[in-house]
Design a protein around this ligand. Sequence first.
Ligand SMILES: *Cc1c(COP(=O)(O)O)cnc(C)c1O
Length: 469
Amino acid sequence: MNEHLKNDSANIGNLLNIIKEQGTDYLNSIEERLTSVINNTISERQELPESGLGTEEALRVFNEKFEPTMVGSGGPRYWGFVTGGATPASIAGDWLTTVYDQNPQSVTEQGDASAKIEMETIQLLLKLLQLPESFLGGFVSGATMSNFTCLAVGRQWLGKEQGRDIAKEGVSGTVKVLTATPHSSSIKSLSLLGLGSGNIIKIKTEEGNREAIHIKDLEENILKLNGGPFILISSGGTVNTVDFDDFKAISRLKEKYNFWWHIDAAFGGFAACSETHQHLVEGWEYADSITVDCHKWLNVPYESAVFLIKEQYKILQVETFQNSNAPYLGDPLENFSYLNFLPENSRRLKALPAWFSLMAYGKKGYQEIVDNNITWAQQFGQMIENSHDFKLLAPVRLNTVCFTLKDDTRQNEVEQFLEKLNDTGKVFMTPTFYNQHKGIRAAFVNWMTSEKDIRQVFDLMNEIIAEIQ
Ligand SMILES: *Cc1c(COP(=O)(O)O)cnc(C)c1O
């Protein structure tokens, strides 16, 4: 055995303690950790060591080279994209995931039963999101893969409606996909699935600064299909303005027309946790498939998301993802296997961090995280609204604030302002383009964010805008 491997193995307790100390220091100071790194220290590539360095020396190299470039993206003022943090329980679950190193492919009577943990976690999530148990689900690496998984089953459904088995025969002809304001990852999924990102039938949005699907225009476009089956991709929270399609209206259309209804509710689905905002997702239980990200508002570490697909489509799902040409794996419907149910075969026990966090903080804990973030978004939105230099580009509907400089003649200064703001390392926001305006987005999904962060950032924004005046 390699000398370093032997030493490390004998010394595992000490190594884990060193990592624990370093991790604790990081987490205890994450509020001060810079949210952007200007001079990054990643210089030359490391050579592959001939017989290794051992873990302690590898850590020394990591700390010298990479550690200073780790940005505080899990901290309270990282408002770019939609970036969640990690709760203490989820970190505990994540560490144990690594230590136990299970592969939750199948539910077996003997051997690895970790798929059962995954199933239990899905049940906990359905409860949290107040969704019926008629959904089956599983964990994938992110909402992109969840959209991919859901749309793959939608594709199989559509083929069946036309008497084809697309999983076996491949895609032929065009598959009609209707949508208004899809997330880029759904478009990417259509490319991956051979459906063609260019084949989308774009539906109008509702009038009056909305990104939600125009229900009347949707119905008119459905009628043009003459009863042919199609896939509808709807939004449970668009990224710019967190607008929601009218799920109740769509569920009424679903009674009249034949389509696969997918909802991308990557972060917006958590509106279900809030008594004041759960009306936004009313009717979503009638969808055929739903995407929910866990590494955003559930605040578990990357990579974690779930797909939820109605149990009645289990056979289509297995047809799409079956791996059963490997004879030792048995009948895919008889012995439930995640391996016949989603894109990957071997996976880590992705459900465990979510399981820990859901068990540790429960329904009330998550309700509070979600409600707090909504409050911060509203307060920040109010500050923008009342300010001298900024204005909202859309109303604050849930947890995201989309804004720009008040004076439209200063549109060319938006980027400069954002760059200066992000360069402070005290906050991070991302650029966008909305309603013919260059804009800036701040998304609140971190459990740590507090009112003091909102005030601090708003003061900083006023300082910076004064500098570039
Ligand atoms: C973030 C997001 C995605 C993509 O999620 P990943 O986890 O990055 O793969 C998809 N849809 C929506 C609405 C999102 O907010």
